[in-house]
Design a protein around this ligand. Structure first.
Ligand code: FAD
Ligand code: DHB
Length: 391
């Protein structure tokens, strides 16, 4: 089997890359370890930056997103039992975020790829990548009980943080930058109308809480928990109780409860590998970097990477120029590090750290107080949250 670009992983990065390449007349094949059902039901992120919405819309996969996505012009920061709205729309000259679940983006991209005759191999076993240091990159995998080899011009490693592509690069060629945080998020989906029209990021002495949503009938809620927390210690009643406490205001705000339909715990980590390329293997999305979820940047960064990568491949195939491919890592890393900084800052400002002294806690409140009272500070948050301009 042969193709131009072999893509490992059918997450948002791999699928969007394949779609964008197709629009430029470039062939690709996606090799995915899990089933179609699994990737289309995996609950993950939900906040799309303006630029992410634009690229999905402009590339023709934004129809359902436009119909079902919830456009938000602001977010609320809540602390000391009071809410403070940040009007992102006004502060950024008309930009917004859209709430639309990551697995819905995945569904839209899978169906667009398959409708256009695109090839996605689901449930591939023993996936491995070879030859990318020279001129014959190949992806080997098992499917339907047979061994296969896909020969390509380039490999795009879009296989997430635990994939095979990054570890296949000689360790001496990469530098990793890593930070783990001393907490995790317990997230639930609940059959309850969202208790607010906009997202609420809450700082509380018992820890961070986040109110988000998926539709006018489904709430998505998170609380900060210990990094090694066992989900079995959290029956639904306990989760609701904690949410009520952390979101409580003096104004009598009410949190609406409903049946919990999904729950899980996600670790918090910052990670970047440099460079994001080795020979003819290009890493994109979580394969190259992960961010703590507080800034809502993970999915959006994956989209930004493959936007660049698709442009670089298009330039190469149309003119033979390699300049954009050579600059790929450097160009992406500038945005990646700004997103790392923002995600780290939001995380540090809004969570309780066990090691914090009373001084640190007063400082945290002062930071939130300053932020919500300063147009300059709110503008900085807003322009990062809606997404910095493309390079
Ligand atoms: P992924 O979506 O991870 O896709 C990688 C794909 O590669 C997967 O389909 C995987 O099955 C496949 N794969 C892996 N290994 C192999 C292999 N060996 N061979 C073939 N295929 C392989 N971000 C937020 O902003 N907010 C959130 O609330 C949030 N929640 C998250 C919850 C979880 C549990 C996780 C893991 C991430 C979360 N993120 C969140 C981050 C966000 O979802 C990711 O940044 C985003 O999925 C990145 O897309 P990607 O395509 O790079 O990687
Ligand atoms: C959601 C996830 C995030 O990490 C975030 O910062 C905001 C919203 C969500 O799942 O809706």
């Amino acid at each position: 089997m042969r193709t131009q670009v072999g893509i490992v992983g059918a997450g948002p990065a791999g699928l969007l890359l394949s779609h964008l390449l197709h629009l430029q007349g470039i062939e690709s094949v996606i090799i995915e370890a899990r089933s179609r059902k699994h990737i289309e039901e995996r609950i993950r992120a939900g906040v799309l930056e303006q630029g992410t919405v634009d690229i999905l819309t402009e590339s023709g996969v934004g129809e359902r997103l436009k119909r079902e996505g919830l456009i938000h012009h602001g977010i609320e920061l809540r602390f000391n039992r009071r809410g403070h709205r940040i009007n992102m729309y006004e502060l950024t000259g008309g930009k917004a975020i859209t709430i639309y679940a990551q697995h819905e983006v995945v569904k839209d991209l899978v169906s667009a790829r398959l409708a256009a005759g695109g090839r996605i191999v689901f449930e591939a076993g023993n996936v491995s990548v070879q030859g990318f240091g020279g001129s014959t990159p190949t992806i080997r995998f098992q499917s339907d009980g047979n061994h296969h080899e896909l020969t390509c011009d380039f490999i795009a490693g879009c296989d997430g943080f635990h994939g095979v592509c990054r570890p296949s690069i000689p360790a001496s060629a990469l530098t990793a930058f890593d930070r783990t945080y001393p907490f995790a998020w317990l997230g639930i989906l609940a059959q309850a109308p969202p208790s607010s029209d906009e997202l609420i990021y809450a700082y509380h002495e018992r820890g961070f809480a986040l109110l988000s949503m998926r539709s006018p009938k489904i709430s998505r809620l998170y609380i900060q928990v210990a990094p090694d927390e066992n989900i079995n210690n959290w029956p639904d009643d306990r989760i609701w109780q904690e949410l009520h406490t952390r979101f409580a205001t003096d104004g009598g705000w009410k949190l609406t409860e409903g049946p919990v339909i999904q729950k899980g715990i996600t670790g918090m980590r910052s990670f970047v590998v440099e460079p994001m390329q080795y020979g003819r293997l290009y890493l994109a999305g979580d394969a190259a970097h992960i961010v703590p979820a507080t800034g809502a940047k993970g999915l959006n960064l994956a989209v930004a990477d493959v936007r660049m990568l698709a442009q670089a491949f298009a330039d190469f195939y149309s003119s033979g120029r390699t300049r954009l491919l050579e600059q790929y890592s450097q160009t992406c890393l500038r945005r990646v590090w700004k997103a790392q900084r923002f995600s780290w800052w939001m995380t540090s400002m809004l969570h309780r750290f066990d090691t914090d002294s009373p001084f640190d806690q007063r400082r945290q409140i002062a930071e939130l107080d300053y932020l919500t009272g300063s147009r300059a500070a709110m503008t900085s948050l807003a322009e990062n949250y809606v997404g910095l301009p493309w390079d």
